[in-house]
Design a protein around this ligand. Structure first.
Ligand code: MOS
Length: 764
């Protein structure tokens, strides 16, 4: 156990954190390792084997979007000193051929792309060769000399020209919720209502662009065992994928991801550097590292381009009569990537007539992929801009319109909410922002050369719980080690899980470690959907409860104990002791309990299964209200978001500091989505053009001003035993809509396409 902790460099809290409670703003215990560079990422792991030094692979990508490879010219590349091999579909080691084996745990329906499988080209940027050399530099130079001949076939990457080809997703993914059946008669209600708006909204392709590049370091042991450091949101998903693609038993492959430098959904599926690195390791019998370049980071999943149409109808007093929301999104030719874009429109406002539709259009791009709050980030955007548009037609305050239609039960199926403090989000957010002082009319605030506008929007995201296992070992010296194959993609998992365990056991943070990021640890789900706290956190609390009961039983067996007639429920675990809550004088130290039993360690394991039958009786979601101020340059059309207040209801907050970081980081990304981010395709080539960080703009420090996060009081024991609902993705939902609505309030100009670049803001 200790060895694994050292191998993974599991961070421990430094002195000074001491006793903690759930909710405390504990600083990241991995912070020091990260800022000092001691935290090693997938591309940085040291491989010290003088007999067989690490070799490096560099990927060559297709320059055509569709067709087939007719030949390679490899001589020049093979002549580069240090080059060991060039892997292509023609000479790669054996892999399984059935698509089934390439389905990772989050694969959408369809047949996954199989790297280096055959001569077919399915998208521009597809990996076609891996150059392996003794140095990275040699491999990179040689890769530039690889010539590939293609037979091109016509491709089509245009969503807007192909909306007529939209169809219902036919190959569904487990867990995906298609739009529910129509409620009432939305068309008739829409036609009959006195006030209505109808509009179309467009959002472009976005790429995740985590700071850490995708990388896999495959360390080949003398016995052929592969230990793989991979950039992934689940070590067990990558382990499963490698085992299946290469037909390797579980015992031959271990995947680790102790540190992940951001992922935002891009690591939910294994990316192609992983199987390519494994291929090279198997063929050359060497340890291999493959790191993608920033440009190659644009050669797999992305947030899909999406076109939406919304119709809203209301009475003159603002009472909603009809909601119609239809979305068409791109997918690839080989998989039906699906996400929940429109369902949110049946979950936020009381309304008797709701019709929701969702279609996909297969194009010659790689399959899109979940990206922070997939579906909601643009689906709720369209709804919340439409609500703002309706408020102006009604001559009604946009917040008042939302409160007027506040849903006390889930509109689509009339289920009660497990908890829903959205009203408190609206009121506390509005109060903090100073919303009451907002003039109703657009173009009524100006300072210098800038129009000033205030906008708001609602956000919502699922409150999910999956299943997980955890184990806990209490050592005789009082150290507690809790484990689960969870992931920390930068969200604070190490810290929060150690905090939950420390609080449960009454131990100081310095004595508690949480180990994650290794496929051999107890089963944990993929870190996605903002569900790690509700899932793994509950497993951690559960295993700690088992440990408590065990210690209680052991303490009762000690001579002279006063605990014989005491019930477990009367006990508390504080200050490294267990004691009766009403009588702290009889406290027994945990280390003494182990010492008396002559136990070097005690261990418990726990399987956390969600109470699905109970949970299904409720609509479970997190909510937010986002308020923002923009300043729009009257001559240049440039937009500055000068103030954001995000009020979030996400159940019990486990760590006030890491949770706040999640939301403020997500607000930054919301601003970036609103104003900057879009990957543009050159449709003649079928290729993403701005595949670098100089032309793919993300928000930088200069773009970000005041961000104020409020967590309203909420405690949800339906979603998780901790009372938590999960926080992360909720922070981005609604931000782009609030910015759009503020731009309208500032300028009187409605921009229905993301990102809202100056050309659109200034368009006549
Ligand atoms: Mo998130 S898009 O579920 O990593």
């Amino acid at each position: 156990m200790t060895d694994l902790i050292d191998a993974l460099a599991v961070p421990r809290a430094d002195a000074g954190t001491g006793h903690v409670r759930v909710g405390d703003p504990v600083s990241r215990i991995d912070g020091r390792a990260k800022v000092t560079g001691q935290a090693r990422y997938a591309a940085e792991v040291q491989v010290d084997d003088p007999a067989s030094p690490l070799v490096y692979g560099v990927v060559v990508n297709s320059t055509i979007a569709r067709g087939r490879i007719t030949g390679f010219a490899l001589d020049a590349a093979l002549a580069v000193p240090g080059v060991l091999d060039i892997l292509t579909h023609a000479n790669k080691p054996k892999t399984r051929s059935a698509g089934l084996f390439y389905k990772d745990m989050t694969a959408p329906g369809g047949t996954p792309f199989k790297p280096l499988h055959d001569a077919q080209i399915a998208y521009s940027g597809q990996p076609v060769a891996l150059v392996v050399a003794e140095s990275f530099e040699a491999a990179r130079h040689a890769a530039s000399l690889v010539r590939v001949d293609y037979a091109m076939e016509p491709h089509d990457t245009r969503l807007l020209a192909n909306l007529h080809r939209g169809r219902k997703p036919s190959r569904l993914k487990a867990g995906y919720a298609p739009p529910p059946a129509e409620k009432g008669d939305a068309r008739a209600a829409f036609d009959a209502a006195p006030v209505k708006i109808e509009a179309e909204y467009h959002s472009g392709v976005e790429h995740h662009n985590p700071m850490e590049l995708f990388a896999s370091t495959v360390i080949r042991g003398a016995d052929g065992h592969l230990t793989i450091y991979d950039k992934t949101q689940s070590s067990q998903n990558s382990r499963w994928y490698v085992s299946r693609v290469f037909g390797l038993s579980k015992d031959r492959v271990t995947v680790r991801n102790p540190y992940v430098g951001g992922a935002f959904g891009s690591g939910l599926r294994p990316q192609y550097q992983l199987p390519l690195a494994v291929m090279a390791a198997l063929k050359l019998e060497r340890s291999v590292r493959v790191v993608l370049t920033r440009q190659q980071m644009f050669s797999f999943g992305h947030r899909p381009e999406t076109q939406q149409r919304i119709g809203l109808a209301a009475e003159r007093d603002g009472t909603l009569r009809a909601i119609r929301h239809h979305a068409v999104a791109e997918t690839s030719r080989f998989e039906d990537y699906v996400e929940v874009v429109v369902n949110w429109s049946g979950q936020l406002y009381r309304c008797d007539n709701i019709r929701l539709g969702y279609q996909v259009v297969p194009l010659d791009h790689y399959s899109p992929m979940d990206m922070r709050a997939p579906g909601a980030a643009h689906g709720v955007h369209a709804l919340e801009v439409a609500m703002d548009e309706l408020s102006y037609v009604l001559d009604m305050d946009p917040l008042a319109l939302r409160l007027k239609n506040y849903a006390e039960r889930n509109p689509m199926d009339d289920l009660p909410y497990s908890t829903k403090e959205l009203r408190a989000c609206y009121l506390q957010g509005a109060e903090r922002f100073g919303w009451a002082a907002r003039p109703l009319a657009p173009r009524s605030m100006k300072e210098g050369h800038e129009w000033v506008g205030w906008g708001m929007a609602t956000g919502t995201w699922d409150a999910m719980q999956m299943f997980a296992r955890a184990s806990a070992v209490l050592h005789a010296d009082g150290r507690l080690v809790v484990s689960s194959a969870a992931t920390d993609i930068g969200t604070g998992t190490y810290t929060v899980m150690a905090q939950i365990a420390a609080a449960a056991m009454g131990l100081p943070m310095e004595q508690v470690s949480f180990q994650l990021g290794d496929s051999t640890l107890p089963v944990a789900p993929i870190q996605g959907g903002s569900s790690h706290v509700t899932t793994v956190g509950s497993a951690v609390e559960g295993v700690c409860e088992k440990l408590q009961r065990r210690l209680f039983g052991m303490a009762r067996a000690m001579p002279g104990t006063a605990l014989r007639k005491v019930a477990f429920e009367e006990m508390e675990f504080v200050d490294g002791t267990l004691r009766r809550a009403v009588d702290p004088s009889g406290a027994v130290r945990l280390v003494d309990v182990l010492a008396h039993a002559r136990a070097a360690r005690i261990e418990e394991k726990y399987l956390m299964l969600p109470h699905v039958f109970q949970q299904r009786k409720y609509q479970r979601a997190t909510h937010s209200a986002v308020f923002c101020e923009v300043r729009v340059d009257e001559l240049l059309g440039t937009v500055r978001v000068t103030r954001v207040v995000s009020a979030v209801a996400a159940g019990r907050i486990i760590n006030a500091k890491t949770a706040r970081s999640q939301v403020s980081g997500a607000v930054v990304w919301g601003i970036s989505q609103a104003l900057h981010e879009e990957t543009l395709t050159d449709h003649r080539l079928g290729r993403f053009m701005n595949h670098n960080l100089s032309e793919y703009h993300v928000a930088v420090n200069a773009d970000i001003h005041d961000i104020d996060v409020i967590f309203v009081q909420e405690d949800d024991r339906i979603v998780s035993r901790l009372g938590a609902k999960g926080v992360g993705e909720i922070g981005i939902v609604g931000v782009a809509a609030a910015v759009c609505n503020a731009i309208f309030h500032a300028t009187g100009r409605r921009v229905r396409s993301l990102p809202m670049t100056p050309d659109k803001v200034m368009a006549p």
